[in-house]
Design a protein around this ligand. Structure first.
Ligand code: FAD
Length: 529
């Protein structure tokens, strides 16, 4: 735990302007009077911390902290606590939220990447009783955790589809992908955390030690502490993935085969399972894995799509293997499945290529002109995503009311539409994450739209309609990566967990300093786009 620095004594002196570049409001600058923190208020720093991947809201902090150690973050949180009016503090991982969740309007954003700028914050170890694990800085990207693990022939077991997200950012949500049904979400594969609470205490926690904080922070939307280190479970890494996609023309067969496979994982079963919906506006090849289908396969699928009224379902699974020839991998499970005959597609790829199938969505062009053009386009792009969890017993109603009636009839080109089941037994109810209650299987829908900012309202409208239809039809959805406009919505979202969430906030962040961009405990502010 860090001690208070003597320089705090000079806090609350008046007439201060930090770094003369742009003045911070007086009240805040008085509280931030500390020469050692690398706080920036220049327009570039502020602009970079004001938007996110979603590009739908803009909320500007007063300053951005570039910490060189955990103690800098501890100090910042303490400064806020000691301020007569505390200021909001948001850890910003990779800023891949879509609705300002990592923003701190009028407060301070912590650029977490700065913690890792000197390297050396991923350490792979083994311990009797624990097995292999990696101690990883909260600011680290999962792609780097993968690379570090593979150097030792090891890898985490639970992933997100996209690896350029930070460990702290995904653990604050849940971290889901096709492995979650077999190994649990990422929050089920953490052994220990170091956390800076909203009171400014740096605490180590695990299931055995400070367990309340441990479970509060996992899936905690950044409300209870800033994760500076996570101890992640590692397993021996397989070398290769047999990657299969099956096309269905019937929703009921598609979902019952998905459920059959998640209940029969390991052994001869898969290690990863997802699924997606193909429509005229959401084609089979997209940014999630651009090169899976050959042009000839795409033409074949397009003809089937036309014949099936413009909607198909794609089941995707993976079987890992090591040191045997690809033809020796038996896919016994295929014989029981009810996909359209002739519509199974397979590929064998190295594990790294499979896990990194999305690649980096950042700009990679080396031609400056091209880069500038892309940058212009990128500035325009907005991502009005909607991610839901829904109970298995209501998927047929959801299919009729939402997938066929709203999504299928949409005439705007959208992004990928994910739809796959998750096994609730792999989730620990003690975490702060929220999933539908009472049923062992629930589904996730991911509407991963990409559009121009000027057209984002079209998707926003459909998203709103989906939420309204679910409410009207009594479909008990929970939002994943949630975004709500009112306190009542949050209370409803947390359901039976709401009291626990309030108690945890009171205990670990009583002045409501952390992650104000989630807008759970802080007053809702007007968005300023
Ligand atoms: P940020 O957006 O920077 O932060 C998110 C929230 O976490 C904020 O409230 C922030 O204050 C808080 N936070 C950040 N770092 C910390 C920390 N160290 N300690 C405490 N709180 C912190 N999610 C999935 O589950 N599965 C997927 O397959 C998946 N794919 C995605 C693909 C893309 C292209 C994108 C853009 C997002 C995807 N996501 C997925 C969602 C993603 O997990 C979340 O948006 C996540 O928050 C992004 O991580 P980040 O590091 O960018 O976090």
């Amino acid at each position: 735990m860090a001690n208070s620095s003597p320089k705090l004594i000079i806090l609350f002196l008046t007439t201060i302007t930090i770094f003369s570049i742009s003045p911070i409001s007086n009240a805040l600058s008085n509280c931030l009077l500390t020469p050692d923190l690398d706080l920036r208020t220049d327009p570039d720093a502020i602009a970079a911390a004001s938007t996110d991947y979603g590009n739908l809201v803009k909320r500007s902090p007063r300053a951005v902290l570039y910490p060189s150690s955990e103690n800098d973050v501890v100090e910042l949180v303490r400064l806020s606590n000691e301020c007569p009016t505390p200021f909001g503090i948001a850890a910003r991982g990779h800023g891949h939220s879509v609705r300002g969740q990592a923003a701190a309007h009028g407060g301070v954003v912590v650029d977490m990447a700065s913690l890792g700028r000197d390297g050396g914050r991923i350490r792979v170890s083994w311990e009797e009783g624990l097995g292999y694990y990696a101690d990883v800085g909260g600011e680290q990207l999962w792609i780097d955790v993968l690379r570090a693990g593979l150097e030792h022939g090891l890898a985490p077991v639970s992933w997100t589809d996209y690896l350029y997200l930070t460990v702290g950012g995904t653990l604050s949500n849940a971290g889901i992908s096709g492995q979650s049904s077999f190994y649990g979400p990422q929050i089920s594969n953490v052994l220990q955390l170091d956390v800076i609470t909203g009171k400014g205490d740096l605490v180590s926690c695990s299931e055995e030690m400070n367990s309340e904080l441990f479970f509060a922070v996992l899936g905690g939307l950044g409300q209870f502490g800033i994760i500076t280190r996570a101890r992640i479970v590692l397993h021996k890494a397989p070398t290769t993935a047999k990657w299969v996609r099956l096309i269905y023309d019937d929703f009921s067969k598609f979902t019952s085969d998905q459920e059959h496979l998640i209940m029969n994982g390991f052994g001869n079963g898969p290690n990863y399972l997802e699924g997606s919906i193909i429509t005229d506006k959401s084609p089979p090849n997209n940014w999630r894995s651009t090169s899976f289908y050959s042009p000839c396969h795409q033409t074949k699928i397009q003809s089937l799509l036309k014949a099936n009224g413009g909607i198909l379902y794609s089941l995707e699974f993976v079987k890992y293997y090591t040191n045997i020839h690809e033809e020796e991998v038996e896919l016994m499970m295929l014989k029981d499945l009810r996909f359209v005959p002739g519509f199974s597609f397979k590929k064998d790829v190295p594990l790294f290529d499979f896990l990194n199938r999305v690649g980096s969505l950042e700009l990679e062009g080396d031609n400056e002109e091209e880069k500038e053009e892309e940058e212009e386009e990128e500035e325009e792009a907005a991502h009005p995503w909607l991610n839901l969890f829904l109970p298995k017993s209501q998927i047929m109603d959801f299919h009729a009311a939402v997938i066929l009636n709203l999504i299928h009839t949409q005439n705007q080109t959208s992004g990928p539409i994910l739809f796959y089941p998750l096994n609730r037994q792999k989730w620990d109810d003690r975490t702060s994450a929220v999933v539908p209650e009472d049923e062992d299987i629930f589904y996730t829908l991911g509407l991963l739209h990409s559009t121009k900012f000027s057209e984002s309202h079209v998707f926003e409208k459909v998203n709103k309609q989906i939420l309204e239809v679910c409410q009207r039809e009594g479909i008990r959805i929970k939002q994943y990566l949630p975004h709500y406009e009112s306190k009542e919505d949050w209370v409803q979202h947390y359901g039976s967990k709401w009291n626990t969430i309030q108690e945890r906030k009171q205990k670990y962040d009583p002045r409501m300093i952390l992650s104000p961009g989630q807008r759970i405990f802080t007053p809702v502010m007007e968005s300023d786009f």
